[in-house]
Design a protein around this ligand. Structure first.
Ligand SMILES: C[S@@+](CC[C@H](N)C(=O)[O-])C[C@H]1O[C@@H](n2cnc3c(N)ncnc32)[C@H](O)[C@@H]1O
Length: 469
């Protein structure tokens, strides 16, 4: 005979481990009653056998779905929390849309994590349709995920009863975006097509990843989901969200989500009755970490012989794959390298004139050409001059044909001009350049991007293009 108190504790622990849902925080759930109900429904002899079966099965299995159904709260409705939607409508989205338009990159990626029956991601889709008149010329991806498959089924069907529309739901939304149907209101196809639903357990480390479509996001909305999670789990989830976001991307959590301390990696942004968390901007210097002029992704070129003694004397690491060349033009190189550092610092201060002056100086050392052109391209992209960025990157890849990040950005720049073939060509060249590198190696000039992440990103970007590109 096992001790029933111990069994209930083990059941609670197992549910917390697998779903993040801590039952003691989940006051509406009585573990004893939940256990009894499951035993009856599943026709099992005792708690011990229930626990053994649960332990042996993946969280997506029907047995676990019965548990999730009993434990998770799926309450949601369209445009829940007006203050959040106002902050998005009047501040966050207009700025983001304008910025993307100016840079010629008409794309947005949003994720509603813990979307229940889909009202939240559909509200985001409706909001974007209302805000962007030429939305059909944009690349917009909205992902809705949840652990509860039944609710995801409702979301995919897109048919809602009256309770999905409450006081906070703008009154014209139902008429504008739904048609009456037998069971209530059917969401229109234009909105439905904008959202993809997938099951994803936030407690499992399957994100950020290409496979789950959870990388390089502009906005993550995760509201009223982590309220029942314990603190270490929340910190892990929030940390994963941070990695999944683009620089300056937004994390939006619910009003009752605990402890601001969990979001300390983010900048706190206050709006009327709403607090959002924003990831730090791109630090150009951090994108540009390796001063080594020999590109590990490139074959040795005669120009690489001007590596200075200081760098050449370093023990060989995974980035500098080629033998150290003699210190032929040490003095010139040192001066140019110092100018490059000044250019990076000026770019970080957003002093673009000074950055350009220093770059011109640094550009005199030919071995630094890829670095100089890459930094120039980043500055030009920032300034909204995509053509100049393309010219700079073309020079960088002409000098170092295996410069993966250079090809990657060329792909991004071409695709936003509608030049899909050119984009596909550069993304393929980027993929070839890193094909034989170890997965966990940082990509040259981008310490926080590994080869594996870039591979995934390239697969995703190539997947957005027609096969004929
Ligand atoms: C209250 S609903 C929130 C819906 C919507 N975000 C909103 O605020 O209106 C909470 C959702 O979180 C989901 N959830 C709970 N634990 C989860 C987990 N570990 N992974 C993914 N989703 C989870 C539940 O299934 C439920 O559908």
């Amino acid at each position: 005979m096992t001790d029933p108190v111990q069994d209930y504790t083990r059941l609670g622990d197992l549910i917390r481990q697998r779903t993040g849902l801590a039952l003691e925080n989940n006051r509406h759930v009585d573990v004893a009653r939940l256990g009894e109900r499951l035993l009856e429904e599943l026709n099992l002899p005792n708690l011990h056998s229930l626990i053994t079966q649960l332990d042996a099965q993946p969280t997506g299995a029907p047995l676990w779905q019965a548990v999730v159904d009993a434990v998770a709260v799926g309450e949601t409705y369209f445009f829940r929390n007006q203050a959040h939607f106002n902050a998005l409508r009047f501040h966050v989205l207009p700025a983001l849309v304008n910025q993307r338009r100016a840079s010629g990159q008409k794309q947005l990626r949003l994720w509603s994590a813990g979307c229940a029956s889909g009202e939240e991601p559909y509200s985001l889709a409706i909001l974007l349709r209302e805000l962007i008149p030429d939305i059909d010329t944009w690349y917009i991806s909205i992902l809705g995920t949840d652990i509860d498959m039944d609710r995801l089924g409702v979301a995919r069907r897109g048919c809602y009863g009256r309770s999905a529309f409450r006081n906070e739901t703008p009154p014209d939304v139902r008429e504008a975006w739904f048609t009456p149907c037998e069971k209530g209101y059917q969401i229109g196809d234009a909105v439905r097509r904008m959202v993809i639903f997938n099951s994803l357990n936030l407690v499992e480390d399957t994100y950020p990843s290409i496979a789950t479509g959870t990388m390089h996001l502009d906005i993550i909305v995760c509201r009223n989901v982590t309220i029942y999670f314990d603190t270490p789990t929340i910190q892990r989830v929030v940390n994963n969200f941070h990695q999944a976001l683009m620089p300056e991307g937004w994390l939006i959590v619910g009003h009752s989500e605990p402890l601001a301390a969990n979001y300390q990696n983010f900048i706190v942004r206050n709006f009327e009755n709403a607090v959002f968390y924003q990831k730090q901007p791109l630090d150009i210097a951090s994108l540009f970490v390796s001063p080594a002029p020999t590109l590990s992704e490139a074959p040795p070129t005669p120009l690489a012989r001007s590596v200075p003694a200081r760098l050449a004397a370093r023990p060989p690491d995974r980035r500098t794959a080629h033998p150290a060349p003699p210190p032929a033009s040490k003095l010139n190189f040192s001066i140019a390298e110092a100018a490059l550092q000044r250019a990076k610092q000026a770019a970080d201060r957003e002093d673009w004139d000074e950055a350009q002056r220093c770059l011109a100086e640094a550009g005199q050392a030919e071995a630094l050409l890829p670095q100089v052109q890459y930094l120039r391209a980043l500055i030009e992209m920032h300034a909204g001059r995509p053509q100049n960025a393309i010219t700079a990157l073309q020079r960088a890849v002409a000098h170092s044909p295996h410069f993966a990040l250079g090809h990657y950005w060329l792909g991004e720049l071409y695709v936003t001009r509608g030049e899909r073939r050119a984009a596909a060509r550069h993304w393929r060249l980027a993929a070839q350049s890193i094909a034989n590198l170890p997965s966990d190696q940082p990509v040259l000039f981008a310490d926080d991007l590994t080869v594996e992440m870039l591979r995934g990103l390239l697969a995703l970007r190539l997947g957005t293009l027609p096969a004929s590109s």
